[in-house]
Design a protein around this ligand. Structure first.
Ligand SMILES: *Cc1c(COP(=O)(O)O)cnc(C)c1O
Length: 444
Protein backbone atom coordinates (compact mmCIF):
# COMPACT_ATOMS: atom_id res chain seq x y z
CA UNK A 1 0.00 0.00 0.00
CA UNK A 2 1.20 3.54 -0.63
CA UNK A 3 1.90 5.77 2.35
CA UNK A 4 -1.15 7.83 1.43
CA UNK A 5 -3.46 4.81 1.38
CA UNK A 6 -2.00 3.63 4.66
CA UNK A 7 -2.60 7.04 6.25
CA UNK A 8 -6.19 7.09 5.02
CA UNK A 9 -6.87 3.69 6.63
CA UNK A 10 -5.18 4.80 9.87
CA UNK A 11 -7.29 7.98 10.05
CA UNK A 12 -10.40 5.93 9.39
CA UNK A 13 -9.73 3.47 12.21
CA UNK A 14 -9.04 6.35 14.60
CA UNK A 15 -12.28 8.04 13.54
CA UNK A 16 -14.39 4.89 14.01
CA UNK A 17 -13.02 4.39 17.50
CA UNK A 18 -13.60 8.06 18.37
CA UNK A 19 -17.12 7.97 16.91
CA UNK A 20 -18.02 5.07 19.17
CA UNK A 21 -16.31 6.63 22.20
CA UNK A 22 -17.96 9.99 21.62
CA UNK A 23 -21.41 8.45 21.31
CA UNK A 24 -22.20 9.00 17.63
CA UNK A 25 -23.75 5.51 17.56
CA UNK A 26 -25.58 5.68 20.89
CA UNK A 27 -29.26 5.73 21.74
CA UNK A 28 -31.44 5.87 18.65
CA UNK A 29 -28.48 6.82 16.41
CA UNK A 30 -27.96 3.46 14.74
CA UNK A 31 -26.23 4.74 11.62
CA UNK A 32 -23.70 7.54 11.32
CA UNK A 33 -21.89 8.81 8.24
CA UNK A 34 -18.37 10.19 8.55
CA UNK A 35 -16.37 12.45 6.25
CA UNK A 36 -12.58 12.75 6.38
CA UNK A 37 -11.96 16.47 5.96
CA UNK A 38 -8.20 16.07 5.57
CA UNK A 39 -8.80 13.60 2.76
CA UNK A 40 -11.25 15.92 0.99
CA UNK A 41 -8.77 18.79 1.19
CA UNK A 42 -6.00 16.56 -0.17
CA UNK A 43 -8.11 15.47 -3.16
CA UNK A 44 -9.06 19.07 -3.96
CA UNK A 45 -5.39 20.09 -3.85
CA UNK A 46 -4.40 17.13 -6.04
CA UNK A 47 -7.02 18.10 -8.62
CA UNK A 48 -5.84 21.70 -8.81
CA UNK A 49 -2.19 20.69 -8.99
CA UNK A 50 -2.79 18.10 -11.71
CA UNK A 51 -4.30 20.62 -14.14
CA UNK A 52 -2.03 23.51 -13.16
CA UNK A 53 0.83 21.24 -14.23
CA UNK A 54 -0.52 20.82 -17.78
CA UNK A 55 -1.97 24.23 -18.72
CA UNK A 56 -1.38 27.91 -17.97
CA UNK A 57 -4.93 28.84 -19.00
CA UNK A 58 -7.61 29.48 -16.36
CA UNK A 59 -9.27 26.33 -15.04
CA UNK A 60 -12.50 26.27 -13.04
CA UNK A 61 -12.93 23.05 -11.12
CA UNK A 62 -16.67 22.79 -10.43
CA UNK A 63 -17.69 19.99 -8.05
CA UNK A 64 -20.71 18.01 -9.30
CA UNK A 65 -23.06 18.81 -6.42
CA UNK A 66 -25.17 15.69 -6.95
CA UNK A 67 -22.25 13.60 -5.68
CA UNK A 68 -22.51 15.12 -2.17
CA UNK A 69 -25.31 17.69 -1.85
CA UNK A 70 -24.29 18.91 1.60
CA UNK A 71 -23.78 22.63 2.21
CA UNK A 72 -20.74 22.31 4.54
CA UNK A 73 -19.04 20.04 2.00
CA UNK A 74 -19.57 22.64 -0.73
CA UNK A 75 -18.21 25.36 1.57
CA UNK A 76 -15.14 23.25 2.37
CA UNK A 77 -14.52 22.62 -1.32
CA UNK A 78 -14.99 26.32 -2.08
CA UNK A 79 -12.34 27.11 0.55
CA UNK A 80 -10.10 24.68 -1.34
CA UNK A 81 -10.64 26.51 -4.63
CA UNK A 82 -13.40 24.28 -6.05
CA UNK A 83 -16.67 25.71 -7.45
CA UNK A 84 -19.96 23.95 -8.14
CA UNK A 85 -21.67 22.20 -11.05
CA UNK A 86 -25.43 22.20 -10.43
CA UNK A 87 -28.25 20.47 -12.27
CA UNK A 88 -31.45 21.55 -10.55
CA UNK A 89 -32.91 24.52 -8.67
CA UNK A 90 -32.25 22.61 -5.44
CA UNK A 91 -28.58 22.11 -6.22
CA UNK A 92 -28.25 25.75 -7.24
CA UNK A 93 -29.79 26.76 -3.92
CA UNK A 94 -27.27 24.57 -2.08
CA UNK A 95 -24.34 26.14 -3.95
CA UNK A 96 -25.64 29.61 -3.14
CA UNK A 97 -26.20 28.68 0.51
CA UNK A 98 -22.58 27.52 0.60
CA UNK A 99 -21.46 30.95 -0.58
CA UNK A 100 -20.18 29.80 -3.97
CA UNK A 101 -20.24 32.86 -6.23
CA UNK A 102 -22.02 32.77 -9.61
CA UNK A 103 -18.78 32.97 -11.57
CA UNK A 104 -17.66 29.71 -9.93
CA UNK A 105 -20.93 27.91 -10.67
CA UNK A 106 -21.99 26.02 -13.82
CA UNK A 107 -25.56 24.87 -14.61
CA UNK A 108 -25.94 21.71 -16.66
CA UNK A 109 -29.37 20.14 -16.26
CA UNK A 110 -30.91 18.50 -19.36
CA UNK A 111 -34.39 19.90 -18.66
CA UNK A 112 -34.00 23.55 -17.67
CA UNK A 113 -37.19 25.56 -17.64
CA UNK A 114 -37.43 29.10 -19.01
CA UNK A 115 -37.57 30.33 -15.41
CA UNK A 116 -34.34 28.49 -14.56
CA UNK A 117 -32.60 29.86 -17.66
CA UNK A 118 -33.76 33.36 -16.85
CA UNK A 119 -32.54 33.06 -13.26
CA UNK A 120 -29.13 31.74 -14.34
CA UNK A 121 -28.71 34.62 -16.79
CA UNK A 122 -29.77 37.16 -14.17
CA UNK A 123 -27.37 35.70 -11.60
CA UNK A 124 -24.51 35.45 -14.09
CA UNK A 125 -24.17 31.67 -13.91
CA UNK A 126 -22.58 29.88 -16.85
CA UNK A 127 -24.71 27.19 -18.41
CA UNK A 128 -24.55 24.58 -21.10
CA UNK A 129 -27.58 24.17 -23.34
CA UNK A 130 -28.64 20.59 -23.93
CA UNK A 131 -30.48 20.86 -27.24
CA UNK A 132 -31.70 23.14 -30.05
CA UNK A 133 -35.00 23.92 -28.32
CA UNK A 134 -33.09 25.18 -25.32
CA UNK A 135 -30.91 27.32 -27.60
CA UNK A 136 -34.09 28.81 -29.08
CA UNK A 137 -35.19 29.77 -25.56
CA UNK A 138 -31.79 31.33 -24.95
CA UNK A 139 -32.15 33.34 -28.18
CA UNK A 140 -35.16 35.08 -26.67
CA UNK A 141 -33.52 35.66 -23.29
CA UNK A 142 -30.16 36.83 -24.63
CA UNK A 143 -31.81 39.33 -26.97
CA UNK A 144 -33.22 41.27 -24.02
CA UNK A 145 -30.15 41.01 -21.77
CA UNK A 146 -27.49 43.67 -21.21
CA UNK A 147 -24.82 41.14 -20.17
CA UNK A 148 -24.75 37.38 -20.48
CA UNK A 149 -22.70 34.82 -18.57
CA UNK A 150 -20.62 32.28 -20.51
CA UNK A 151 -23.00 30.10 -22.50
CA UNK A 152 -22.13 26.79 -24.10
CA UNK A 153 -23.48 23.67 -25.74
CA UNK A 154 -23.39 20.21 -24.28
CA UNK A 155 -22.08 17.81 -26.90
CA UNK A 156 -22.50 14.04 -26.93
CA UNK A 157 -19.41 12.86 -28.79
CA UNK A 158 -21.03 9.41 -29.04
CA UNK A 159 -17.73 7.71 -28.29
CA UNK A 160 -19.53 4.78 -26.63
CA UNK A 161 -20.46 3.62 -23.16
CA UNK A 162 -18.67 2.17 -20.17
CA UNK A 163 -19.34 -0.87 -18.02
CA UNK A 164 -22.40 0.66 -16.27
CA UNK A 165 -25.18 1.42 -18.76
CA UNK A 166 -27.15 3.76 -16.49
CA UNK A 167 -24.12 6.03 -16.10
CA UNK A 168 -22.89 6.05 -19.71
CA UNK A 169 -23.74 9.38 -21.33
CA UNK A 170 -21.82 9.09 -24.59
CA UNK A 171 -23.75 6.26 -26.22
CA UNK A 172 -25.33 6.81 -29.64
CA UNK A 173 -28.79 7.31 -28.16
CA UNK A 174 -27.92 8.98 -24.82
CA UNK A 175 -30.49 11.53 -23.66
CA UNK A 176 -27.81 14.17 -23.09
CA UNK A 177 -26.59 16.96 -25.34
CA UNK A 178 -26.24 17.48 -29.07
CA UNK A 179 -25.44 14.16 -30.73
CA UNK A 180 -22.30 14.90 -32.74
CA UNK A 181 -22.21 11.94 -35.12
CA UNK A 182 -25.82 11.89 -36.26
CA UNK A 183 -26.23 12.66 -39.95
CA UNK A 184 -25.81 16.38 -40.64
CA UNK A 185 -25.37 17.13 -36.94
CA UNK A 186 -21.83 18.48 -37.07
CA UNK A 187 -22.54 20.98 -39.83
CA UNK A 188 -25.71 22.11 -38.06
CA UNK A 189 -23.82 22.59 -34.79
CA UNK A 190 -21.14 24.72 -36.44
CA UNK A 191 -23.81 26.83 -38.12
CA UNK A 192 -25.74 27.20 -34.89
CA UNK A 193 -22.62 28.59 -33.18
CA UNK A 194 -21.66 30.92 -36.04
CA UNK A 195 -25.15 32.45 -35.87
CA UNK A 196 -24.74 33.08 -32.13
CA UNK A 197 -21.50 34.84 -31.18
CA UNK A 198 -22.51 34.56 -27.52
CA UNK A 199 -21.99 30.78 -27.58
CA UNK A 200 -18.42 30.58 -26.31
CA UNK A 201 -18.16 27.17 -24.71
CA UNK A 202 -18.46 23.50 -25.51
CA UNK A 203 -19.14 20.90 -22.85
CA UNK A 204 -18.88 17.13 -22.77
CA UNK A 205 -19.24 14.52 -20.04
CA UNK A 206 -18.86 10.98 -21.34
CA UNK A 207 -20.10 9.26 -18.21
CA UNK A 208 -19.28 8.39 -14.66
CA UNK A 209 -17.90 5.29 -12.94
CA UNK A 210 -17.11 2.56 -15.45
CA UNK A 211 -15.94 4.70 -18.37
CA UNK A 212 -12.25 3.99 -19.07
CA UNK A 213 -9.85 6.95 -19.19
CA UNK A 214 -9.07 6.41 -22.87
CA UNK A 215 -12.77 6.75 -23.72
CA UNK A 216 -13.11 9.91 -21.64
CA UNK A 217 -10.10 11.35 -23.44
CA UNK A 218 -11.59 10.38 -26.81
CA UNK A 219 -14.74 12.35 -25.93
CA UNK A 220 -12.70 15.39 -24.95
CA UNK A 221 -10.68 15.15 -28.18
CA UNK A 222 -13.85 15.10 -30.29
CA UNK A 223 -15.14 18.23 -28.61
CA UNK A 224 -11.78 19.99 -28.87
CA UNK A 225 -11.73 19.26 -32.61
CA UNK A 226 -15.24 20.66 -32.92
CA UNK A 227 -14.12 23.82 -31.10
CA UNK A 228 -11.23 24.20 -33.55
CA UNK A 229 -13.59 23.74 -36.49
CA UNK A 230 -16.00 26.38 -35.17
CA UNK A 231 -13.17 28.82 -34.48
CA UNK A 232 -11.69 28.34 -37.95
CA UNK A 233 -15.08 28.90 -39.56
CA UNK A 234 -15.65 31.98 -37.40
CA UNK A 235 -12.21 33.39 -38.22
CA UNK A 236 -11.70 34.14 -34.51
CA UNK A 237 -11.59 32.26 -31.25
CA UNK A 238 -15.30 32.17 -30.59
CA UNK A 239 -15.08 29.04 -28.42
CA UNK A 240 -12.72 30.07 -25.65
CA UNK A 241 -13.47 27.43 -23.01
CA UNK A 242 -14.00 23.68 -23.05
CA UNK A 243 -15.83 22.01 -20.18
CA UNK A 244 -14.55 18.44 -19.97
CA UNK A 245 -17.09 17.20 -17.41
CA UNK A 246 -16.20 14.76 -14.64
CA UNK A 247 -16.27 10.98 -14.55
CA UNK A 248 -12.85 10.01 -13.23
CA UNK A 249 -13.49 6.45 -12.02
CA UNK A 250 -12.96 5.54 -8.37
CA UNK A 251 -11.20 2.44 -7.10
CA UNK A 252 -13.67 0.79 -4.73
CA UNK A 253 -11.37 -2.17 -4.13
CA UNK A 254 -8.63 -0.73 -1.92
CA UNK A 255 -7.44 2.38 -0.12
CA UNK A 256 -5.50 3.62 -3.15
CA UNK A 257 -6.77 6.57 -5.18
CA UNK A 258 -6.42 5.22 -8.70
CA UNK A 259 -6.51 6.45 -11.35
CA UNK A 260 -5.23 9.82 -10.16
CA UNK A 261 -6.06 13.30 -11.43
CA UNK A 262 -2.40 13.59 -12.38
CA UNK A 263 -2.65 10.52 -14.59
CA UNK A 264 -5.77 11.85 -16.33
CA UNK A 265 -4.34 15.34 -16.84
CA UNK A 266 -1.13 13.90 -18.28
CA UNK A 267 -3.07 11.67 -20.63
CA UNK A 268 -5.08 14.67 -21.83
CA UNK A 269 -1.87 16.61 -22.36
CA UNK A 270 -0.41 13.76 -24.41
CA UNK A 271 -3.54 13.00 -26.43
CA UNK A 272 -5.14 16.44 -26.86
CA UNK A 273 -2.18 18.84 -26.60
CA UNK A 274 -3.94 21.68 -28.45
CA UNK A 275 -6.57 21.91 -25.72
CA UNK A 276 -3.88 22.54 -23.12
CA UNK A 277 -1.56 24.88 -25.02
CA UNK A 278 -3.03 27.94 -23.30
CA UNK A 279 -5.63 28.97 -25.92
CA UNK A 280 -8.55 27.36 -24.12
CA UNK A 281 -9.83 27.89 -20.63
CA UNK A 282 -11.06 24.71 -18.97
CA UNK A 283 -13.93 23.72 -16.72
CA UNK A 284 -13.96 20.36 -14.96
CA UNK A 285 -16.90 18.77 -13.12
CA UNK A 286 -15.56 15.95 -10.98
CA UNK A 287 -17.85 14.52 -8.33
CA UNK A 288 -17.22 10.96 -7.23
CA UNK A 289 -13.43 11.15 -7.42
CA UNK A 290 -13.33 14.16 -5.06
CA UNK A 291 -15.45 12.63 -2.31
CA UNK A 292 -15.89 8.85 -2.54
CA UNK A 293 -12.77 7.76 -0.69
CA UNK A 294 -13.38 10.21 2.12
CA UNK A 295 -16.71 8.97 3.43
CA UNK A 296 -17.85 5.92 5.36
CA UNK A 297 -21.10 4.69 6.84
CA UNK A 298 -21.07 3.22 10.34
CA UNK A 299 -23.86 0.98 11.56
CA UNK A 300 -24.47 -1.17 14.60
CA UNK A 301 -25.05 -4.87 14.18
CA UNK A 302 -28.42 -5.48 15.87
CA UNK A 303 -28.51 -9.26 15.54
CA UNK A 304 -26.31 -12.01 14.16
CA UNK A 305 -28.09 -15.14 12.96
CA UNK A 306 -27.67 -18.13 10.66
CA UNK A 307 -30.02 -19.06 7.81
CA UNK A 308 -29.52 -22.07 5.57
CA UNK A 309 -26.04 -22.34 7.01
CA UNK A 310 -25.23 -18.74 6.11
CA UNK A 311 -24.19 -16.36 8.90
CA UNK A 312 -26.04 -13.06 8.53
CA UNK A 313 -25.34 -9.83 10.38
CA UNK A 314 -28.49 -7.68 10.57
CA UNK A 315 -27.32 -4.07 10.65
CA UNK A 316 -29.05 -0.72 10.42
CA UNK A 317 -27.43 0.37 7.14
CA UNK A 318 -28.91 -0.87 3.91
CA UNK A 319 -30.78 0.40 0.90
CA UNK A 320 -31.52 3.82 2.46
CA UNK A 321 -27.82 4.73 2.40
CA UNK A 322 -26.36 2.34 -0.18
CA UNK A 323 -29.09 2.31 -2.79
CA UNK A 324 -26.97 1.52 -5.83
CA UNK A 325 -25.12 -1.29 -4.11
CA UNK A 326 -28.33 -2.93 -2.94
CA UNK A 327 -30.12 -2.75 -6.28
CA UNK A 328 -27.08 -3.38 -8.51
CA UNK A 329 -24.51 -5.19 -6.36
CA UNK A 330 -22.52 -6.37 -9.35
CA UNK A 331 -21.74 -2.83 -10.48
CA UNK A 332 -21.32 -1.29 -7.03
CA UNK A 333 -19.53 -3.63 -4.61
CA UNK A 334 -18.52 -1.93 -1.37
CA UNK A 335 -15.72 -2.82 0.99
CA UNK A 336 -16.94 -3.58 4.49
CA UNK A 337 -14.71 -3.17 7.55
CA UNK A 338 -15.61 -4.93 10.80
CA UNK A 339 -15.15 -3.33 14.23
CA UNK A 340 -16.07 -4.55 17.68
CA UNK A 341 -18.51 -2.81 19.99
CA UNK A 342 -15.77 -0.46 21.22
CA UNK A 343 -14.87 0.58 17.67
CA UNK A 344 -11.66 -1.43 17.46
CA UNK A 345 -10.85 -3.40 14.29
CA UNK A 346 -12.23 -6.87 14.71
CA UNK A 347 -9.83 -9.77 14.50
CA UNK A 348 -10.32 -13.49 14.15
CA UNK A 349 -10.60 -15.95 11.27
CA UNK A 350 -12.55 -14.89 8.20
CA UNK A 351 -16.04 -16.34 7.95
CA UNK A 352 -18.16 -16.04 4.81
CA UNK A 353 -21.30 -14.10 5.80
CA UNK A 354 -23.91 -11.66 4.58
CA UNK A 355 -24.06 -8.10 5.87
CA UNK A 356 -27.71 -7.12 5.70
CA UNK A 357 -29.64 -3.88 6.07
CA UNK A 358 -32.85 -3.16 7.99
CA UNK A 359 -35.24 -2.79 5.03
CA UNK A 360 -38.08 -5.20 4.35
CA UNK A 361 -36.97 -6.92 1.17
CA UNK A 362 -34.58 -9.80 0.71
CA UNK A 363 -32.12 -7.97 -1.52
CA UNK A 364 -31.32 -5.39 1.16
CA UNK A 365 -27.71 -6.52 1.62
CA UNK A 366 -24.59 -4.36 1.90
CA UNK A 367 -22.47 -7.40 1.07
CA UNK A 368 -23.15 -11.04 0.25
CA UNK A 369 -20.92 -13.98 1.06
CA UNK A 370 -18.19 -11.67 2.29
CA UNK A 371 -15.22 -13.10 4.22
CA UNK A 372 -14.92 -11.10 7.46
CA UNK A 373 -14.28 -11.84 11.13
CA UNK A 374 -17.59 -13.25 12.35
CA UNK A 375 -19.85 -10.33 13.27
CA UNK A 376 -21.84 -10.37 16.53
CA UNK A 377 -24.65 -8.27 17.98
CA UNK A 378 -23.30 -4.92 19.15
CA UNK A 379 -20.40 -4.85 16.68
CA UNK A 380 -19.98 -1.99 14.23
CA UNK A 381 -19.67 -2.33 10.46
CA UNK A 382 -18.28 0.36 8.17
CA UNK A 383 -19.21 0.62 4.48
CA UNK A 384 -16.15 2.23 2.95
CA UNK A 385 -15.68 4.68 0.06
CA UNK A 386 -19.23 5.97 0.44
CA UNK A 387 -18.46 9.70 0.48
CA UNK A 388 -20.05 10.30 -2.93
CA UNK A 389 -23.57 9.33 -4.03
CA UNK A 390 -24.21 7.10 -0.99
CA UNK A 391 -25.33 8.50 2.39
CA UNK A 392 -25.62 11.99 0.96
CA UNK A 393 -28.27 10.79 -1.51
CA UNK A 394 -30.77 9.29 0.88
CA UNK A 395 -33.47 6.88 -0.27
CA UNK A 396 -36.57 7.01 1.92
CA UNK A 397 -37.58 3.33 1.73
CA UNK A 398 -39.36 1.98 4.84
CA UNK A 399 -39.31 5.55 6.19
CA UNK A 400 -35.78 4.88 7.39
CA UNK A 401 -34.27 8.16 8.61
CA UNK A 402 -31.46 10.06 6.95
CA UNK A 403 -28.42 9.45 9.16
CA UNK A 404 -26.40 12.23 10.72
CA UNK A 405 -23.26 13.18 8.81
CA UNK A 406 -20.15 14.22 10.72
CA UNK A 407 -16.87 15.57 9.42
CA UNK A 408 -13.82 14.43 11.34
CA UNK A 409 -10.31 15.73 11.74
CA UNK A 410 -7.38 15.07 13.99
CA UNK A 411 -6.53 18.01 16.21
CA UNK A 412 -3.49 18.79 18.32
CA UNK A 413 -0.31 16.82 18.70
CA UNK A 414 -2.05 13.86 20.34
CA UNK A 415 -4.12 13.17 17.23
CA UNK A 416 -7.42 13.51 19.12
CA UNK A 417 -10.30 13.09 16.65
CA UNK A 418 -12.97 15.78 16.72
CA UNK A 419 -16.28 15.76 14.87
CA UNK A 420 -18.34 18.55 13.35
CA UNK A 421 -21.98 18.07 12.43
CA UNK A 422 -22.51 18.33 8.66
CA UNK A 423 -26.16 17.22 8.69
CA UNK A 424 -28.35 16.31 11.66
CA UNK A 425 -29.94 12.87 11.74
CA UNK A 426 -33.55 12.96 10.63
CA UNK A 427 -36.08 12.51 13.44
CA UNK A 428 -39.30 10.48 13.43
CA UNK A 429 -41.24 13.75 13.80
CA UNK A 430 -39.59 15.07 10.62
CA UNK A 431 -40.49 11.89 8.77
CA UNK A 432 -44.13 12.32 9.82
CA UNK A 433 -44.07 15.98 8.73
CA UNK A 434 -42.57 15.10 5.33
CA UNK A 435 -45.15 12.36 4.91
CA UNK A 436 -48.24 14.55 5.04
CA UNK A 437 -48.50 14.72 8.81
CA UNK A 438 -50.04 18.17 8.58
CA UNK A 439 -52.79 16.87 6.28
CA UNK A 440 -53.97 13.95 8.37
CA UNK A 441 -57.64 14.12 7.43
CA UNK A 442 -57.16 15.38 3.88
CA UNK A 443 -58.58 12.22 2.26
CA UNK A 444 -61.57 11.62 4.51
C1 LIG B 1 -22.75 13.43 -12.83
C2 LIG B 1 -22.05 14.45 -13.65
C3 LIG B 1 -20.76 14.83 -13.33
C4 LIG B 1 -19.95 14.18 -12.25
O1 LIG B 1 -19.61 12.85 -12.53
P1 LIG B 1 -18.62 12.05 -11.57
O2 LIG B 1 -18.58 10.69 -12.13
O3 LIG B 1 -19.23 12.08 -10.21
O4 LIG B 1 -17.30 12.74 -11.60
C5 LIG B 1 -20.20 15.87 -14.07
N1 LIG B 1 -20.87 16.47 -15.07
C6 LIG B 1 -22.11 16.11 -15.41
C7 LIG B 1 -22.78 16.81 -16.51
C8 LIG B 1 -22.74 15.08 -14.73
O5 LIG B 1 -23.97 14.70 -15.08
Amino acid sequence: MTLEGHERARRRDAAVRAAVEQGLLDGDQLVAALLDTAGIRASAAALRAAFAAVTDAPVLHAFAVKAAPLVPVLTLLHAEGIGAEVASPGELALARAAGIPPERTVLDSPAKTVAELREALALGIALNADNAQEVARLDGLVAGATAVPPLGLRVNAQVGGGTIGALSTATATSKFGFALRDEGARKALVGLCLDRPWLTRLHTHSGSQGVPLARMVAGVREVYELAEEINTAAGRQQIDTVDIGGGLPVNFGSDEETPSYEEYARLLKAEVPGLLDGRYGLVTEFGRSLLAKHGLILARVEYAKVSGGRPIALTHAGVQVATRTVYDPGSWPLRIAAYDGAGLPKTGPDVVQDVAGPACFAGDLLARERALPLLAAGDVVAALDTGAYYFSNHYGYNSLPRPGVYGFRETGADGQVSFATVREAQTAAEIVAESGGAHRDALL
